[in-house]
Design a protein around this ligand. Structure first.
Ligand code: KIV
Length: 293
């Protein structure tokens, strides 16, 4: 853990890490207090993922997440973070309509929310063209291939992608095209380890894996999954580093019992009047009572 503020992580320092084969470590965050805690560690990238729709806002998938919701949470995270690179996920339909609207939406994350970069899913021709335009607008972009949750209506489920050779070579081609279009890094989500390894070797930009095996240049997890705060069954690639749900429940149950049994608050948690004032006030209150009677 770093006590003094170390230098800010930049896109070029991430590139350096790939060259030096130093692993890049990323986590999601959606609010000020957790982003502050994460930023006290050596985590390189904090992604304000649109997973917030499911993890924080209780939506069924990420599709309902709006620009305003993403901006609101990105602002809170950016206020907290001094060191890590803050990447904001562009929500569904914020970069699918006109080029002009998409660039304007991306710029809001940089200008209003103070993010360092944005993330966009997919590698269709229009997506690649947008990424090129975003470079001209000085907006760094992270790509995302493999399982792209915003395509859930097309995919039909959240299963691993690229298990068949045709699909695997399409994902490889997409990753190459994204690098050519100018992304500074690519998230590889839920793809076979072998495919992630081939992509990672082929690209000169860092790959960040989630469910893509250990050979990527870096890894990312959804914070609430790794802290054991999400209640539903998690995918195979999630490792729980804490049983947060159980710890939350224990603390809340203890609080509940202590209040009911008058064990909390104690004098330790109370403020005091000095004793002459307490005496005066007690007298006044009893004389008020007498005059009313
Ligand atoms: O939204 C998100 O949290 C993500 C990560 C899973 C990469 O896109």
């Amino acid at each position: 853990m770093n006590i003094s503020t170390p230098p800010k992580i930049t896109i070029s320092s991430l590139g350096q890490k790939k060259k030096q084969q130093e692993k890049i470590v990323a986590l999601t965050a959606y609010d000020y207090p957790t982003a502050r805690i994460i930023d006290q560690t050596d985590i390189d990238i904090i992604l304000v993922g649109d997973s917030l729709g499911m993890v924080i806002l209780g939506y069924h998938d990420t599709l309902p997440v709006t620009m305003e919701e993403m901006l609101h949470h990105t602002k809170a995270v950016a206020r907290a973070v001094k060191r890590a690179l803050v990447v904001a996920d562009m929500p569904y339909l914020s970069y699918h309509l006109s080029l002009e609207t998409s660039i304007a939406n991306a710029a809001r994350f940089i200008k209003e929310a103070q993010a360092d970069a944005v993330k966009i899913e997919g590698a269709s021709p229009s997506r690649l063209k947008l990424i090129e335009h975003l470079q001209e607008a000085e907006i760094p972009v992270m790509g995302h291939v493999g399982l792209t949750p915003q395509s859930i209506r097309h995919l039909g489920n959240y299963r691993v992608q690229g298990k068949k050779i045709n699909q695997a070579s399409q994902i490889l081609e997409d990753a190459i095209a994204l690098e050519k279009a100018g992304v500074f890094s690519i998230v590889l989500e839920s793809i076979p380890r072998e495919l992630a390894q081939i992509i990672t070797k082929k690209l000169s930009i860092p790959t960040i894996g989630i469910g893509a095996g250990p050979d990527c240049d870096g890894q990312i997890l959804v914070l609430h999954d790794m802290l054991g705060l999400t209640s539903d069954i998690s995918p195979k690639f999630v490792k729980k580093y804490l049983d947060g749900r159980e710890l939350f429940l224990q603390a809340i149950e203890t609080y509940l019992t202590e209040v009911k049994q008058n064990k909390f608050p104690t004098d330790e948690h109370s403020y005091h009047l000095n004793s002459p004032d307490t005496h005066r006030l007690t007298k006044k209150s009893s004389s008020n009572l007498k005059s009313k009677n």
